[in-house]
Design a protein around this ligand. Structure first.
Ligand code: SF4
Length: 236
């Protein structure tokens, strides 16, 4: 395992960052869909933007780095916030990643809200000038990276709707309730928590993880997404 990261809404990050670092976590992804208090609240249902930003500063301070901010841009909701979100990467050593709206809920109104990352990039470049492509912040990840001139951090684009990158994905996800998902979109999962609670030996757990890794290539967005689910229940 080369990388152990946590995806979080960041609400408790300020108080937990030090403990997570000491427990062996390498870095965090924090969801911030808007830098504006009211829009953030409308999207998340939480009046917590200040807390989350404090958590991001704390994560950088304790070395849970590189911190990555995840933002999903939605038409008519936070599209005008894209450049301001990108600007966080100028002053702070973090990566702001724009993730195309790619809902897992079959009732979602994709056409109404979808904004291609090409348009998000144009908005950022209209404000800050042409960005230069930069080295991948991570290997085998889905994002392509750029840098605003003079910025301390990077901008990433994860274009899951307009491009396809499952063939180079090496990610496993452990959900907040202890299940390993071989693909974010997979409805197949392996209950690691149940195994641990049953008193299984380390060898048995390692065996299960090895099996998941060996079968990882079988699970992609195209062939493992069958049942709709809410992304908010995944985390991990
Ligand atoms: S294999 Fe699954 S987790 Fe990996 S990039 Fe494709 S959809 Fe995402």
């Amino acid at each position: 395992v080369e990388e152990l990261s946590l995806t979080t809404n960041g609400v408790l990050l300020e108080q937990m960052a030090g403990e997570l670092k000491r427990a062996g976590l390498k870095r965090v992804n924090v969801s911030v869909d808007s830098p504006a208090k009211e829009t953030y609240k409308r999207i998340t249902g939480l009046d917590a933007l200040e807390k989350v930003m404090a958590g991001i500063h704390k994560a950088i301070e304790v070395g849970l780095t590189p911190v990555k901010i995840n933002a999903v841009i939605l038409r008519g909701v936070n599209e005008s916030d894209a450049a301001e979100l990108a600007a966080l990467s100028i002053e702070m050593p973090l990566t702001v990643r724009f993730i195309e709206y790619c809902p897992t809920d079959k009732e979602a109104e994709v056409e109404r809200f979808f904004v291609p990352n090409s348009r998000v990039r144009s908005r950022i470049e209209d404000k800050f000038g042409a960005m230069d492509a930069t080295e991948a912040v991570d290997s085998n990840g889905p994002a392509v990276y750029f840098k605003i001139k003079g910025g301390l951090g990077n901008i990433g684009f994860i274009s899951g709707k307009t491009t396809y990158f499952c063939h180079r994905c090496n990610r496993l996800r452990l959900t907040s309730d202890g299940k390993v998902k071989p693909c974010l979109y997979s409805d197949v999962h392996y209950d690691l928590k149940k195994l641990i609670r049953s008193g299984a030996s380390d060898e048995r757990m390692v065996g299960m993880i090895k099996k998941i890794v060996s079968e990882k290539h079988l699970y992609t967005k195209l062939n493992s997404f069958r049942q709709s689910f809410s992304m908010r229940n995944v985390g991990g």
